[in-house]
Design a binder for this molecule. Sequence first.
Ligand code: AMP
Ligand code: GLY
Length: 423
Amino acid sequence: MNILLLGSGGREHALAWKMSQSKKVTKLYVAPGNAGTSEVSENIELDLSDFESIKKHTLEKKIDMVVVGPEQPLVDGISDFFMSDFELKNIPIIGPVKAGAILEGSKDFAKDFMTKYGIPTARYQSFKKPTTEEGKRFLESLSAPYVLKADGLAAGKGVIILNDLNEAKESLEQMLHGQFGDASETVVIEEFLDGIELSVFVITDGQSYKILPEAKDYKRIGEGDTGPNTGGMGAVSPVPFATKEFLNKVEERIIKPTINGLIKEKINYKGFIFFGLIKVKEEPFVIEYNARMGDPETEVVIPRIKSDFVDLLIHTANETLDLANFEIDERSCTTVMLVSKGYPGDYKKGEIIKNLDRIVESVLFHAGTKASGAEIHTNGGRVIAVSSFGSTMQEALEKSYKNAEIIEFEGKNYRKDIGFDLK
Ligand code: AMP
Ligand code: GLY
């Protein structure tokens, strides 16, 4: 079959790399892709907000299945667009409809959903401009630190955590007065949970689900989890503290009630659900839902799937996921993200990347790269994820770090302590 994957990051390179290994694929396209995806598929220059143009290419290239990487097109309703279009409606699309993607697109909706279905999450209340004073009183009823969240998508920047009550009140005012545009028209204030975070992923056909390997990502730019948040500096899978017993609780208290809730709400959810979790003592709580895979988690989760990934997607489309073959590699997989100097602030693009052909024992997943003739140039803050397997996390990390050193570009930066808290 011909498959079109939408997106352009490390996540999409990892997905394309895996899909390209399937015998079921005749031709794989990635739009818009990067220099890495063009090694395993054909890139198509496409604007993901232009659904008509996606339609045109889908029909022209005789696409048999579309897979959506990032959240924005899902929240914008790309799956609904396909399903309601006369010419596209028989082409399966992996990624939820808008009514499902809202689990990520609206934190207020997600919190309501969790409350309704008894899914453990931090205590919360939501506020709009006319209820600013109530919001301040709710803050007073909590103890520090204070967690304020813009309801809508805010490019990963919409969560503010403050220690000072007056600053939290000030921040609430600013958010409700348009700090994040429409995204902070509603603000969720919630109780701070003190624990350790991890990510759990499922793929679902709307009835059945398969639990993918769990992962832990490292979001801060600085070693020891310091400094500003980034799109992700590295990840490991499996997560040592996610014991069988803990993952059982996650399935029974979180995954099953979420899937059942979607069914009860009559939300036709075909795609990935990313559970951003926090372990408090031994108990799991949901911090957030995402309607897509994580990045850089995908760069360690996908390599651990041994079965044919395209087969899994076909079963998802056909609502026969319970029949799919699903095998996981027991080994550890780690990834270290090479980033541009200055990131997550300002950084330069267009630096030549060298020694990519000297890498053994790791797989490189390109994030921000661009081919320019025979050269590959940096084209983003996050540049390349160096993923490796090992019989232990330490062994995998040694390989990732050895290769992280070999790759060269001007201003290369990376965290040297991925997995530091798990050893
Ligand atoms: P989110 O965008 O919802 O993932 O939030 C961003 C980050 O804020 C999370 O990864 C957590 O580190 C932190 N965070 C969010 N909500 C809470 C909470 N209720 N308690 C503690 N930390 C939180
Ligand atoms: N790694 C976190 C995310 O993809 O949102």
